[in-house]
Design a protein. Structure first.
Lengths: 481, 302
């Protein structure tokens, strides 16, 4: 397709300027979107129906995100226009993320081992030792196959055409179920779209994850795998259920597990005790074992950590990985990649400042207009402050707070996220900010599901892209060529 | 052994009573000291009713931790540690201050950072400044250790195990745990790595027996990486009668016991009895003799 034809199509479809994921500044359609736009020419009129049907499809399947209010958890908002990545774009992105996931895994391993990175000044000890994710009780433990971050979800955003990492999630990265279900919805509601475009399948994810979990099991030949969920009130409960179903694992809550003589058991349907080999945990490590960590936790099982220490049960992700996804550690990930792997980072961070460092703090204060400050111990996009959006009084007060507790905040330069074409509520299209959370599985070598979860801002002016902030998702296509 | 070696027999009994039957309880006990420096454990036994096999591990700070799991229904759990411990007075050394850069990449950095029970707040920094001005030298460290018991009153029951440094400063009175937390906060604020020590305070006189609670004090680390014990309750260096049990960032890391149980019962606060006797040389000889016999029997069995 020539650029002129592409431009003509973009105009004919009424695609909005500013949707730079799809359309270049000069109005030309970006090559990966050629097949999709050809499809949309035929299907544009049917898009509102597809969205409606998709919402119904999610409702029927019970695909929810968030805590149920008045009995029913909200349906995950869905946009029917896929986001498309070319094979080339994906190849370099997945190489970069593999590199990053490996470095993060080595860092966790190091934190609970010799702490070389701290001794050699690569990562400041003051940040590790003050991290709520640094769990002293597991220092010295070596998990099976020396792997800690079996699953990482690394959030990337495209800024001025180039992907950057916004945040690393190696604690309990969630979202894969929504990516899988978005694809299934599209395949069932618009099967013809996939006939025109060569889209790589993603359904192999759960099988891969099951294989990794089996490999770390104490009894690999007959591994009993459970998915440990905090319960049905957790925002991602739907995902926990789906993963358990598709991996042929048992979905359990902490009170259903019992530790006897350093072995973990669950009750099966007949009430008999079954020995558990692997826990795929969606409970934060700090809540896993009230005997070791949080004494008030009802979400885990007492004795779990000792059972893990002795190798009688495997836990994925391993307890303690939170030290690597502490937001204040993030600025040091590029240095980690150079240190552990001896390679140059293949993907950059968004410019980020460690506020516990006096010089960096001064820079942030001087350039507050272009900064975004995020609370370190929060997720879900809560508590984010945009420097330019604060009144002078508010800004002064806020900066006082930051100076008083610099460890609690992280400053990033505000970046303009790329925008994807989305269906507007009343029909037609509008550009909305998107990010992407690819999922990296660590086995002998990293494996990444093609694409991942594309999250869409709730409305065209929204700056934060997060499922907890009213955003939705769309299908993510990685093309085979 | 030198003449200044003191030997103690320690009996530390803990009774946990539940209002109704408990089906399962897990307990972690930090009551055995590592042999370090001048202190050595000659004999140790941990026995519980109902009976449970204690299993031990070493925690992050190098302390022994014993796990006692009671898997039969019980309304009461009692466990007693009997130990024979010898100690002599640690050598009094002068410590030198850390270079900032050296400390930044040293694991002991951890001990100048705030910890759950030792927040580094403005009030403790101000107190250091009020007492010592800008001087952060070792002389100020010693002066602070001496001044804490002069400025604050030791009153049993004035505070609880959960009390904070602010509670101590507001009330003006507390016990060794509070004095230790305060001293830790002041030291860390002044850039000295410092850790919490839990232990006992034994009698100095031979064959004398004391009954009482556990004791706590501080170890401060100099630039050579070695720790020196200072007691902010007595306002002096630690002596041969300071028997160390466990070290950590604060009380939360070294609590001698914590447990969990299953059942509808409510647990009363544990009843704790600590009895420490300074043994005569004759008594010590008997212990060492028995230890030797025991060893021979084991040898024969193999």
């Amino acid at each position: 397709m020539t650029t002129e034809a592409g431009t003509a199509r973009a105009v004919a479809l009424g695609l909005p300027r500013g949707a730079d994921e799809c359309i270049e500044a000069d109005g030309a359609v970006r090559p990966p979107y050629a097949e999709l736009l050809a499809t949309l020419e035929q299907a544009a009129a049917g898009l509102p129906r597809i969205r409606r049907d998709a919402q119904q499809w999610f409702a029927d399947k019970g695909v929810t995100f968030g805590v149920p209010t008045e009995g029913v958890a909200p349906i995950f908002p869905f946009d029917p226009v896929p986001r498309v990545l070319s094979a080339g774009e994906w190849r370099s992105l997945s190489k970069a993320l593999s590199q990053r996931a490996m470095a993060l895994d080595l860092f966790v391993s190091d934190c609970y081992g010799a702490q070389r990175a701290i001794r050699n000044g690569v990562v400041p000890g003051r940040l590790v030792y003050s991290s709520t994710g640094y769990l002293r009780d597991i220092v010295g433990i070596r998990p099976p196959r020396a792997t800690w971050c079996h699953v990482s979800g690394i959030d990337v955003v495209r800024v001025a055409g180039t992907f950057h990492v916004l945040e690393d999630n190696v604690r309990i990265p969630s979202g894969i179920a929504y990516a899988l279900e978005s694809r299934r919805a599209m395949e069932s509601l618009a099967p013809d779209w996939f006939e025109l475009a060569p889209v790589r399948p993603i359904h192999g994810y759960t099988g891969r994850l099951r294989r990794i979990l089996q490999r770390i099991a104490p009894r690999q030949w007959d591994a009993d795998i459970v998915v440990l969920t905090p319960g049905s009130y957790n925002a991602a409960y739907y995902e926990h259920r789906l993963l358990a179903d598709e991996m042929n694992a048992t979905l359990v809550e902490g009170h259903e597990l019992i530790v006897v003589e350093d072995e973990v058991y669950r009750r099966d349907a007949e009430g008999a005790a079954q020995r558990v080999d692997v826990i795929y945990s969606r409970v934060n490590s700090e809540w896993l074992d009230p005997l070791v960590f949080r004494r008030d936790s009802m979400l885990g099982a007492p004795g779990l950590i000792e059972a893990w220490r002795r190798g009688n049960v495997a836990i994925a992700n391993a307890p303690g990985t939170g030290v690597a996804d502490d937001k204040v550690i993030y600025p040091y990930v590029p240095a980690m990649i150079r240190y552990y792997l001896g390679e140059e980072p293949l993907i950059d961070n968004v410019a980020t400042y460690d506020l516990t460092d006096e010089r960096q703090q001064a820079h942030v204060v001087a350039n507050i207009d272009s900064m975004v400050l995020k609370p370190v111990d929060a997720s879900g996009g809560y508590g984010i402050h945009f420097g330019r959006l604060m009144g002078s009084q508010e800004r002064t007060e806020f900066l006082e707070e930051v100076k008083a507790s610099p460890r609690q905040w992280l400053a990033q330069e505000e970046v303009a996220l790329s925008r994807a074409v989305c269906l507007r509520a009343g029909g037609g299209f509008e550009p909305r900010a998107v990010d992407l959370r690819p999922f990296v599985l660590l086995d002998e070598r990293p494996w990444i599901v093609p694409g991942g979860l594309t999250r869409v801002a709730g409305d065209p002016d929204e700056l934060v892209v997060n499922s907890s902030q009213g955003g939705g998702s769309k299908d993510t296509w990685v093309l085979t060529r | 052994m030198g003449t200044d070696t003191l030997t103690y027999s320690v009996s530390h009994r803990t009774v946990l009573r539940y209002s109704t039957t408990v089906t399962l309880s897990y307990n972690e006990v930090r009551m055995r000291a590592r042999d370090r420096g001048s202190q050595r454990t000659l004999a140790f036994a941990l026995v519980s009713t109902p009976w449970a096999v204690p299993r031990s591990r070493v925690d992050y700070y190098g302390n022994f931790v014993h796990r006692l799991d009671v898997t039969s229904p019980h309304e009461l759990l009692e466990f007693t540690v009997d130990a024979v411990v010898e100690n002599s007075e640690p050598r009094r050394r002068r410590l030198t201050e850390w270079e900032q850069d050296a400390l930044a990449s040293d694991p002991r950095l951890e001990f100048i950072l705030p910890s759950p029970r030792v927040p580094l707040a403005a009030n403790t920094r101000a107190l250091w400044h009020e007492w010592n001005g800008d001087d952060r030298s070792f002389d100020s460290v010693l002066a602070t250790a001496q001044r804490i018991p002069q400025e604050l009153r030791y009153v049993s029951g004035a505070t609880t195990v959960e009390s904070s440094i602010d509670d101590l400063l507001e009330g003006g009175a507390g016990v060794c745990q509070d004095f230790t937390h305060l001293f830790l906060a002041m030291l860390r604020g002044a850039g000295w790595p410092a850790r919490y020590v839990s232990g006992y305070l034994g009698p100095v006189d031979e064959e004398k027996v004391v009954e009482g609670q556990s004791h706590a004090w501080v170890e401060v680390c100099g630039a050579d990486g070695r720790w020196l014990g200072l007691d902010p309750t007595l306002g002096q260096h630690v002596g041969a009668h300071h028997l160390r049990l466990a070290v950590g960032r604060d009380y939360g890391d070294v609590a001698p016991h914590h447990g969990l149980f299953f059942g509808a019962a409510s647990g009363a606060p544990p009843e704790v009895t600590v009895r420490i006797a300074r043994m005569s040389n004759q008594q010590v000889d008997r212990v060492e003799h028995h230890a030797g016999v025991h060893w021979q029997q084991q040898q024969q069995q193999q």
